[in-house]
Design a protein around this ligand. Structure first.
Ligand code: ATP
Length: 277
C-alpha cells in the first residue's frame, strides 16, 4: 500500500519488513530496511513562525536492528518519530515504513477506565482479533512483563514502572515489525529503568522488531543500542553515528557502556557548542 501525505507530495510507502527473526546481534546491513528515511524534511507552522525541524535527514533501520537516537533538546527527535509513525506528514521526500509501527511514550497513556488486561487487549480489539484470542494474547504478554497477577487491576493501582510495563505489553500486542519509543523510561527511577531495560531487551531478542528508541540518556543508548545516531541541533540531520559491539546483556554501569557513553557525550557536547545552544 502506498500512502501520500504532506504539502509537496512526499511518499510514505509500506514495504515487506523482511525476516523478523533475523537472529541475535546487529542486524544484517544487506537486508531491505525496515524503515527508510530518505532526505526527509519537516517544517512546523507557516510564514514568519515556520520552524525547520528536520533538514533532509536520511536514516535506514534494518529489520531487527535496535537504533538509539540522541541529540540536543529540540533537535527534532520526536518530530522524526511522529513522521515514521504516520502521525504527521513530512514536508518533503520519502519515508518508507512497513505496516503500522507500534508506539510507546514517556507517559504510559493507559485508559484509566479499562483494566490492565483491557488496555493490552485494546489494539487487538481494534484490529478485529476475536475475544478468546485477545484474552490469551494479553495473558501471555502480561506474563512476559511479569504482571500476570495484576491483569484485573486498574492503571491507577499500579506504580509508574508497572504502568510502563503494561504500555510495553500493549506496544508488543500486534507484533509490529517496527517499534518507535520516545523516552519510554525517562520518568522512571534508576532501579526500575534497569529492570525495564532487561525486560525490553529480552522481548526484543525474542521477537526481533526493528526499534527506533529516542533518549536523552547516552548511557541508556549505550546500554540498549546496536547503533547510536546523533542528530544535529535544529534543524535535525544525522551528524554522527556509531555501532555498539559490546556483548549483550550490557549493564548501565559497566566500563564498556561508560566508554561508549563518554564518546557519545563528547560528540553531543561538540554539536551543542557548534550551535551555541
Ligand atoms: N507543532 C509544532 N509547531 C511548531 N514548532 C514545533 C512543533 N512541534 C515541534 N516544534 C519545534 O520543532 C523543533 C523540534 O521539536 P521536537 O519536539 O521534535 O524536538 P526533540 O528533539 O524531540 O526535543 P526534546 O529533546 O526537547 O524532546 C523544536 O524547536 C520545537 O519547538
Amino acid at each position: 500500500m502506498t500512502a501520500t501525505r504532506g504539502t509537496s507530495a512526499p511518499d510514505v510507502r509500506q514495504t515487506d519488513p523482511g525476516p523478523a527473526g533475523a537472529g541475535p546481534g546487529p542486524a544484517n546491513g544487506t537486508a531491505v530496511p525496515a524503515v527508510r528515511i530518505e532526505a526527509v524534511s519537516k517544517v512546523h507552522g507557516r510564514g514568519a513562525g515556520a520552524v525547520l525541524a528536520l533538514d533532509a535527514i536520511s536514516l535506514d533501520v534494518a529489520p531487527g536492528e535496535f537504533v538509539c537516537v540522541v541529540g540536543a533538546s529540540g533537535c527534532g527527535k520526536s518530530t522524526l518519530l511522529s513522521l515514521v509513525a504516520g502521525l504527521d506528514a513530512p514536508t518533503a521526500r520519502t519515508l518508507t515504513v512497513p505496516g503500522r509501527p507500534a508506539l510507546m511514550f514517556q507517559e504510559s497513556a493507559l485508559y484509566p477506565w479499562l483494566t490492565v488486561a483491557g488496555n493490552v487487549e485494546l489494539p487487538l480489539r481494534l484490529a478485529g482479533v476475536g475475544r478468546a484470542e485477545r484474552r490469551e494474547r494479553a495473558r501471555e504478554l502480561l506474563a512476559s512483563v511479569h504482571l500476570a497477577e495484576f491483569a484485573q487491576r486498574r492503571p491507577h493501582q499500579l506504580s509508574g514502572g508497572m504502568r510502563q510495563r503494561v504500555a510495553l505489553a500493549r506496544t508488543l500486542a500486534l507484533d509490529s515489525p517496527v517499534l518507535l519509543m520516545d523516552e519510554p523510561f525517562g520518568a522512571l527511577d534508576a532501579m526500575t529503568r534497569d529492570l525495564l531495560h532487561d525486560e525490553l531487551e529480552t522481548l526484543w531478542r525474542q521477537r526481533r522488531p526493528a526499534v527506533v528508541f529516542v533518549t536523552h540518556n547516552v548511557r541508556e543508548a549505550a546500554r540498549l543500542g546496536d547503533r547510536i545516531v546523533l542528530l544535529s541541533s535544529r534543524p535535525g540531520r544525522v551528524v554522527w553515528q556509531t555501532t555498539v559491539d559490546a556483548p549483550r546483556p550490557r549493564r548501565m554501569d559497566s566500563p564498556e557502556t561508560a566508554a561508549v557513553a563518554a564518546e557519545v557525550t563528547d560528540r553531543l557536547r561538540a554539536e551543542v557548542r557548534r550551535h551555541g545552544h
